[in-house]
Design a protein around this ligand. Structure first.
Ligand SMILES: C[S@@+](CC[C@H](N)C(=O)[O-])C[C@H]1O[C@@H](n2cnc3c(N)ncnc32)[C@H](O)[C@@H]1O
Length: 235
């Protein structure tokens, strides 16, 4: 990775530590070079992780699509642990990370490699139909949002594509459990195999339709409500 991109990553507001960032960049490079398909991020925030995806996409001649409503997650609202008062728009009194994101991307010279979509992840997923080489889930951390992101975007992953989930904490003492439940669900679907674990970042690879059907069948047998993915419905 270029040194100036690394410096921009470290200077940007955000929550991802360096070791996880390097693992995300490595996964993005693998997916971008191997499949040549767009990389999708849910949870742009101020662009810290987007930079790493963009650097990998640029080197492989593809793009990043990053989705965020830019109003912040639950835990980023006033009075909550991860609130940053600097990110409140004085005109509306609401969080607005979009201007910070744009500055981050501009400073790193990566604007041309990113398509920023301002919207709610499930709504965007419903209208998105292009196959993806990587899906990075780092949006809302409630069960409703994390599972909505998984259901909306993972069916669009191409075979061999990578599903990356942030903030996976098996021990509740370390953090919220919604991303961990999504990770468990992905593994139990039979559609994914684990590629790497770095801190709270998990990288999974999507297998063939055969492995998926076998996994879904086993899960149904065990009484799970998992959906069979890749049926073209987008869910
Ligand atoms: C943890 S932050 C993302 C951090 C970023 N990936 C980084 O590493 O710097 C989560 C982001 O997800 C966004 N978000 C939460 N729920 C969302 C939803 N349903 N649709 C779109 N964006 C959402 C929030 O606005 C927030 O900016």
């Amino acid at each position: 990775m270029r040194k100036d991109v690394l410096a921009s990553f470290e200077a940007a507001k955000g929550f991802m530590p360096l070791d996880e960032g390097l693992a995300l960049h490595a996964a993005a490079t693998q997916a971008a070079v191997g499949l040549g398909l767009p990389l999708l991020e849910v949870g742009t925030y101020c662009g810290r992780s987007t930079l790493l995806l963009a650097e990998a996409a640029a080197a492989a001649g593809t793009v990043v699509v990053t989705v965020d409503h830019h109003r912040g997650s639950e835990e980023q609202q006033p009075g909550w642990e991860y609130h940053d008062p600097e990110l409140v728009d004085p005109a509306t009194g609401r969080m607005d990370t979009l201007p910070y994101f744009r500055r981050t991307l501009y400073a790193a010279g990566l604007e041309d490699h990113v398509i920023a979509v301002v919207g709610r992840s499930p709504q965007v997923a419903k209208v998105w139909r292009q196959p993806l080489g990587l899906v990075f889930i780092d949006g809302g951390h409630t069960d409703e949002h994390a599972s909505g992101d998984y259901e909306g975007w993972s069916p669009l992953l191409a075979e061999g594509g990578l599903l990356v989930i942030h903030d996976v904490f098996p021990d509740p003492a370390d953090g919220g459990q919604a991303p961990y439940r999504v990770y468990r669900r992905a593994m139990e679907s039979g559609a994914f195999t684990e590629v790497s674990v770095t801190g709270s970042l998990r990288v999974l690879r999507r297998g063939s339709a055969d492995s998926e059907a076998a996994g879904a069948g086993a899960a149904r047998g065990a009484g799970s409500s998992l959906r069979v993915q890749g049926d073209g419905s987008g869910l």
